[in-house]
Write a protein that binds this ligand. Structure first.
Ligand SMILES: [Zn+2]
Length: 310
């Protein structure tokens, strides 16, 4: 079974115009293309109905996906463009409705900024009214994941038996990166040893070694490798070397494949990204890097299915 543990529905106002402005600007600088050209391509990846996602999953042989909203509504730049960000509860309803159309293919996590005064109540409602099966928190909105303000959310997730995914790795502007270092999750793992914690993106290229180091001493920490399409596409030898090292340090049983769909689709299709793990290119073998069938099966979906009890 292939399980994409990290995906979103996105549109011009979801997760917010401020995100797409920053994303476009950065992509233009990195690729040397004009912002206008990148904006045109964004229209190809916007998908608020899940139809493109399902089509891409079918093409890639992906059985299941976890989709979730993103709560950046408290970030100043997002608040300064009023009307350009979908209300957080509306985002949850949208994700639940789309997942409801594909009950065998999609599950949903909630995503709520813990600084919202009604954060715990929203999480409870997301589970009981919308059937969500996990929580994502996004420190790039400007809080540290080990801040006491987040603890009631961890407590609630533990009470409800939900895994908690936490974004790690630098983010484009206007988001904040310093809150997203993996090391802060060490406190959370120590204070909530029974909570299942998923470090989203495993720290990305900037902090993957820190992520591996923390996970190696925290049995309740998992790592998702969504976002690693960038090195896989642009610097394949580095990607396979680092992935092999991650798997050897943490163990294949705690690594989860995901795509961060749809933004990274501009760089690599869902099927190419799945194939990058299930069928590594010659460059990996040439450097003595390989993965066993058991490791691949665990990373591609076995772990996610076990974690979510599916
Ligand atoms: Zn994401």
């Amino acid at each position: 079974m292939i399980f994409d543990i990290h995906a979103h529905l996105m549109g011009p106002e979801l997760p917010g115009r401020a995100f797409w402005d920053g994303f476009t600007r950065l992509a233009a600088v990195q690729t040397g293309r004009t912002e206008e050209r990148i904006r045109r391509r964004l229209h190809d990846i916007y998908d608020l109905t899940g139809e493109k996602l399902i089509q891409d999953m079918d093409e890639a042989g992906v059985d299941k996906v976890m989709i979730m909203p993103i709560d950046w509504g408290l970030v100043r730049a997002f608040q300064e463009s009023p009307g350009a960000t979908m209300d957080i509860w509306e985002q949850h309803v949208l994700h639940a409705e789309v997942a409801g159309k594909y009950p065998d293919r999609m599950v949903t996590f909630a995503c709520i900024d813990p600084r919202r005064p009604n954060a715990v109540e929203l999480l409870q409602r997301a589970v009981s009214e919308l059937g969500m099966v996990g929580l994502k928190i996004h420190p790039a909105a400007g809080f540290f994941p080990n801040d006491p303000v987040v603890y009631p959310m961890y407590k609630k997730a533990l009470d409800l038996g939900l895994p908690v995914m936490v974004h790690t790795g630098p983010e484009p502007k206007p988001l904040y990166s310093r809150h997203c270092q993996p090391v802060y999750l060490d406190d959370v793992a120590a204070d909530f040893p029974d909570l299942t914690i998923i470090m989203a993106h495993a720290g990305l290229s900037a902090w993957w070694q820190e992520a591996a180091g923390i996970a190696s001493v925290c049995a309740n920490v998992y790592l998702d490798i969504s976002g690693w399409q960038a090195p896989a596409r642009l610097r394949p030898l580095e990607f396979y070397t680092n992935l092999r090292s991650l798997v050897s340090t943490v163990g294949a049983g705690r690594i989860l494949w995901g795509s961060d769909y749809p933004a990274l689709r501009l760089l690599m299709s869902e099927s190419a990204w799945a194939k990058a793990i299930t069928d590594p290119p010659q460059v990996a073998a040439d450097h003595g890097i390989s993965f066993t069938e058991e490791e691949i099966a665990a990373i591609m979906g076995g772990n996610a299915a076990r974690l979510l009890g599916l």
